[in-house]
Design a protein around this ligand. Structure first.
Ligand SMILES: NC(=O)c1ccc[n+]([C@@H]2O[C@H](COP(=O)([O-])OP(=O)(O)OC[C@H]3O[C@@H](n4cnc5c(N)ncnc54)[C@H](O)[C@@H]3O)[C@@H](O)[C@H]2O)c1
Length: 255
């Protein structure tokens, strides 16, 4: 099993539809010990969801707060020692900024989406390094979407936040590379999750992927979990700073 003896922290579990849940399950199936963070939802619900996963433990963490990240990472280090991988599976934008035209995005709404969905990755990396939470060869993964590269109806401010996230991954790769650590982005095809419900006409985006993508199907949280498992594993030891599309090939199609 390619993740034997690895401890992976998955940040951003909400429910069984979450992409993070697909990653947790695949990492666990492949031998990892899995820890996770959640922000919404109560502790009991999270425990119930993860009860079949031996040794899985959850920590509450609001990534808008440096104090929260620091406290959470200190606790994890005390409980489990160092980590071999972190998944950042977190994003948020105000509903009105996903419903109105992009030009109407408020200063506050832009700052909020950037803070939660993009800056938080930098903060996570910073505290993980400062607290010496990562083993050598650790692998960090963030989640993005095609709306960072092209304008996608309704994705709006989240597209700008994802573009910043992908650029941040390239710069973080340089810093983390000095410590022999890696960081990559998975650009996932659209998946019906609670967050995706905030995007206008999300079902029509799913239909377009089925129609136009070379594989003529939408992706699943398991598809993302498999690629994340590869990126956490030593099999991907020469890959860093990349955006890897897991989208049935949709982003490769022109006309
Ligand atoms: N669903 C899709 O179509 C899709 C496609 C590509 C990328 N993504 C990305 O995948 C990631 C996971 O989203 P998902 O679709 O699984 O939805 P989800 O709602 O299951 O997960 C989003 C998570 O972000 C967390 N979050 C929001 N604000 C937070 C904060 N301040 N602190 C800590 N956590 C916070 C939520 O609690 C939740 O766990 C996001 O980065 C999203 O942009 C989703």
């Amino acid at each position: 099993m390619i993740l034997n003896n690895k401890v992976i922290l998955v940040m951003g579990l909400r429910n069984k539809w979450s992409i993070s849940w697909g990653v947790i399950r695949k990492a666990y199936e492949n031998g990892a010990k899995v820890l996770y963070t959640y922000n919404q939802g109560d502790e009991e619900k999270m425990k119930k969801l993860t009860e079949e996963l031996k040794g899985a433990k959850g920590y509450r963490c609001n990534v808008s707060s440096d104090k929260d990240i620091e406290k959470c990472f200190k606790q994890i280090k005390e409980d489990y020692g160092k980590l071999d991988g972190i998944l950042h599976s977190i994003a948020h934008a105000n509903t009105e900024d996903l419903r109105n035209d992009f030009i109407l995005t408020s200063r506050e709404g832009y700052a909020h989406a950037m803070d939660v969905s993009s800056y938080s990755l930098i903060a996570i990396c910073k505290y993980a390094i400062e607290l010496d939470l990562l083993n050598e060869n650790a692998s960090i993964i963030a989640l993005s979407y095609y709306g960072s590269e092209k304008s996608v109806e309704g994705y709006n401010v989240m597209g700008a936040a994802k573009a910043a996230l992908e650029a941040s991954v390239r710069y973080l790769a340089k810093d983390l590379g000095k410590k022999k650590m890696r960081i990559n982005t998975i650009s996932a095809g659209p998946i019906k999750t609670l967050s995706a419900k905030g995007i206008k006409d999300f079902n029509s985006i799913l239909d377009i992927v089925e129609e136009k993508a070379p594989l003529h199907r939408n992706v699943t949280i398991e598809d993302i979990g498999n690629v994340a498992t590869f990126l956490f594993s030593d099999m991907s030891s020469a890959i860093t700073g990349e955006v890897i599309h897991v989208d049935s090939g949709f982003s490769t199609v022109g006309v």
